[in-house]
Design a protein around this ligand. Structure first.
Ligand code: SF4
Length: 522
């Protein structure tokens, strides 16, 4: 017997007295060989599960369920086929499916298949479903099917948060973030290649349709047909996108479209690289950091995105923000004028254009005596007179970032024969010297003055923290660095899901108080 091994006379080191040896043997005999519980992973067992107690009273899943219980979800009921009094399996209630997606996003899960797996064993998902499993197809369809209802839900949530004092629209900050599309970088093709692939895809659809039911099972045939049709639709969309690129002014040689997500665009990333992406525009209320509007666009920059963002806020809340803050990527003459027209206080860094013009000679070896400021403007003849007394006549105008720039140029013959040419325009060999007269709109001048004040600069300093927090959460905490779905419409819906989740988490953090736990009977 194991417990008796080692107590045989003569065993041991042979060092020490007989009494010591006996004491040791007695001690070993009393301790014995340790015994442990046997882990049996082959067994099948039944156990009782108290679903209600799977998660604690303060668990986020309870908060999400409670929050959604306050909302009118009738917008989701239109397409429910299972109704009382009629045969058929009951459907899953929208409150449950929304709760599952919101909870999943907040935990960094964006895949329907992963949620279905979690429903099998993870306590929070089991609590939500009542220990049932919702299949991945149902979850996947639900996420992208009810666009109007999802938007209505987002607006309802804003209404609730607004009534709770979490939204004031006194100060809104807009920011854009690039999120990668579900498209491989090597899926971008020229138009000829897409046309070729579309021809093959159409033939493939015809071939699948021609297969008889005997040749393949009904289920497999349906799946093949769906896959072939989806590919054909994507390629047809890709051809349409070439027209869009042409309208956007892209050079014909440069035009390429992804065959996996035709609506994605190659955009510059924060790390300096390029990747197929969408530009997600988020407006955040500075009061509590609630996202008050979200939109997805194909533009690679934010230059023209402020007005559409403000319009989304107005549609969602029926009110115009009093003040809007952005980074310099949004600043332009048109944006400044548009914000003034909407009586919105606009705060953004003021890009000073002095010296940025292509024809500016300062810093190009031009002596200070021949800088533009030394040329005299005559409003009556709309011309300049140079330090040598030569006339520079009006040549044309350029619409610049913040101002309109009027260009004046001297005669080539005057400058080429001028004794001070090397100080005035040393690199000018073909044309005469030019100067620019910038004309700033009153709105731009006012904006410039405002942004020079300490107060405006203080407000701008708050921008990064407020505007970039939702972007960071959505990417880092919710894991949405790449969209799970394809196409502008579905991608837009996924962005709304992420912002909806973010807003509910804000409410949980600032307003939710868990109900006290109910004592269970002994
Ligand atoms: S180079 Fe031309 S513009 Fe300059 S001082 Fe001479 S004439 Fe005038």
């Amino acid at each position: 017997m194991g417990s008796e091994q080692g107590i045989l006379p003569g065993c041991g080191s042979g060092v020490g007295s007989e009494a010591e040896g006996e004491a040791k043997l007695t001690s070993e005999a009393s301790l014995g060989k340790p015994r442990y519980e046997v882990i049996d992973r082959e067994q099948l067992c039944w156990r009782r599960v108290d679903v209600e107690r799977l998660i604690g009273a303060g668990h986020a899943a309870r908060a999400i369920w409670e929050f959604l219980g306050q909302l009118d979800l009738s917008g989701y009921q239109e397409e429910v086929r299972a109704v009382e009094g009629k045969a058929g399996r009951p459907g899953w209630e929208p409150r449950l499916l929304i709760s599952l997606w919101v909870y999943a996003y907040s935990e960094g899960l964006g895949s329907a298949r992963a949620i279905a797996e979690q429903c099998e064993w993870e306590p929070a998902y089991q609590w939500l479903t009542g220990a049932r499993v919702v299949n991945a197809h149902t979850l996947s369809d639900f996420r992208v099917k009810h666009e109007g209802a999802l938007h209505g839900l987002f607006v309802q949530v804003l209404g609730l948060l607004s009534a709770d004092g979490l939204i004031t629209l006194e100060r809104v900050m807009q920011d854009g973030t690039k999120i990668r599309a579900n498209a491989a970088p090597d899926s971008f093709r020229r138009k000829e290649k897409v046309e070729q692939a579309l021809k093959q895809a159409r033939e493939q659809v015809e071939a699948v349709e021609a297969l008889s039911e005997e040749e393949t099972s009904r289920c497999i045939a349906k799946a093949r047909k769906r896959a072939a049709e989806e590919r054909q639709q994507r390629l047809e969309q890709a051809l349409k996108e070439f027209k869009e690129l042409a309208e956007e002014g892209q050079e014909k040689e440069q035009r390429r479209v992804s065959t996996s997500d035709p609506e994605a665009r190659v955009m510059k990333q924060a790390d300096g690289g390029f990747a197929p992406s969408y530009n997600v525009q988020i407006d955040t209320d500075a009061q509590s950091g609630v996202v008050v509007a979200v939109g997805v666009v194909q533009a690679g920059n934010d230059f023209e995105q402020l007005e559409p963002g403000i319009e989304r806020v107005e549609q969602n809340l029926g009110k115009t923000p009093q003040e809007v803050v952005t980074d310099g990527g949004y600043v332009s003459r048109d944006t400044i004028v548009a914000m003034k027209g909407r009586t919105i206080e606009y705060i953004a860094p003021c890009v000073d254009e002095a010296g940025k013009g292509k024809s500016s000679y300062e810093g190009r070896g031009v002596s200070p005596e021949y800088h533009s400021s030394r040329f005299v403007y005559d409003a009556a003849s709309d011309s300049y007179r140079c330090p040598q007394g030569k006339i520079l006549r009006y040549e044309g105008k350029e619409e610049r970032h913040m101002q309109v720039s009027y260009r004046y140029r001297a005669q080539r013959s005057d400058c080429q024969g001028c004794p001070v040419k090397n100080q005035c325009c040393p690199s000018n060999r073909v044309t005469g010297r030019s100067v620019h007269r910038g004309e700033e709109l009153a709105e731009v001048a006012e904006f410039r003055r405002k942004m020079a004040t300490q107060q405006a600069r203080e407000i701008y300093r708050q921008r990064a923290q407020v505007a970039e927090t939702p972007n960071l959460w959505i990417k880092a905490k919710f894991g949405l660095r790449q969209f799970s779905v394809r196409g502008l419409r579905k991608v837009g819906m996924e962005a709304v899901w992420a912002c909806l989740t973010y807003n509910i988490r804000v409410w949980i953090r600032l307003r939710w108080r868990p109900a006290p736990a109910v004592a269970m009977p002994a």
